[in-house]
Design a protein around this ligand. Sequence first.
Ligand code: MD3
Ligand code: FE
Length: 299
Amino acid sequence: MSARASSADRVASENAAQRIAMIDWRRVAADLDAEGNAVIGPVWDISIWDISNFEIGCNERRCKNAPHGLNKSGVSTAGQVRMTIDLFESSDDTMAPPEILAPGAMVLRGHATADAATLLAALDGVLAQAPFRHMVTPGGFRMSVAMTNCGAYGWITDKTGYRYGRVDPDSGRDWPPTPAPLLRLAARAAAQAGYSEFVPDACLINRYVPGTRLSLHQDKDEADFTAPVVSVSLGLPAIFLFGGMRRADTTQRVTLLHGDVVVWGGAARLRYHGVLPLKAGHHALLGEQRINLTFRKAA
Ligand code: MD3
Ligand code: FE
């Protein structure tokens, strides 16, 4: 679903000051970073993703079905309206309002889409130094998710337990550094969710092929739970299970698509979660797989 704003088209070719004005119309605290990308302020500044004052030249405005969540006046009828506006050069750049899954958990749909090819190219360098492997749980089970890491710390599991370590046990060398484009993306997503100071020191890289699953668990091997976890989904879609504070709590199912970024912090940081067995499929960039990057502060 996308709505193209005629006023946005007009502004797109003009200068940065007008881009800021454009965002001000939407009453979203916003600024531009050094590259001219919109940096949206803490989401608690966004009481409502208000497009009612915004001159929407929505192509679909007269659509009676209004599947885009706009009524005939172009006013948002749904809690969330997704707009793709040719504002910042890249036509792939989406400015969707965050989807709040629960207090502290928000989905930034398509946040990594425009950067996906760059991220994957950078990832190739990491994988050459630290290939995917299937680790073993303390209970002796081989994990169906294939994993590797980059950054100062990597998450590992073996017969002796789960932990973070500086050294890749397969190579005996330090984990490769996290490529700059990955770090930039993680910091940008965290900033949009209100975490302006997120400096991850660990990036776990998970690979799923059809049938791969991840059973319900909590992420609690990190030293400091005040830092969020940022996860980036690439490739095939997955059905993510988002539970509560106890394993037996009911779970909500959230489909995570290529390019979706989720920031898990605050009250959501220790909630149980998992991934249902990946369905078969083909993705244009990644083929028969899904790759998930999770950025954390481990130490
Ligand atoms: C909710 N990875 O690596 S990312 C993991 O898709 C992990 O590979 C999944 O769970 C994956 O630990 C899910 C989403 C995620 C990550 C961390 C969370 C959800 C979270 C921490 C707290 C609550
Ligand atoms: Fe997890």
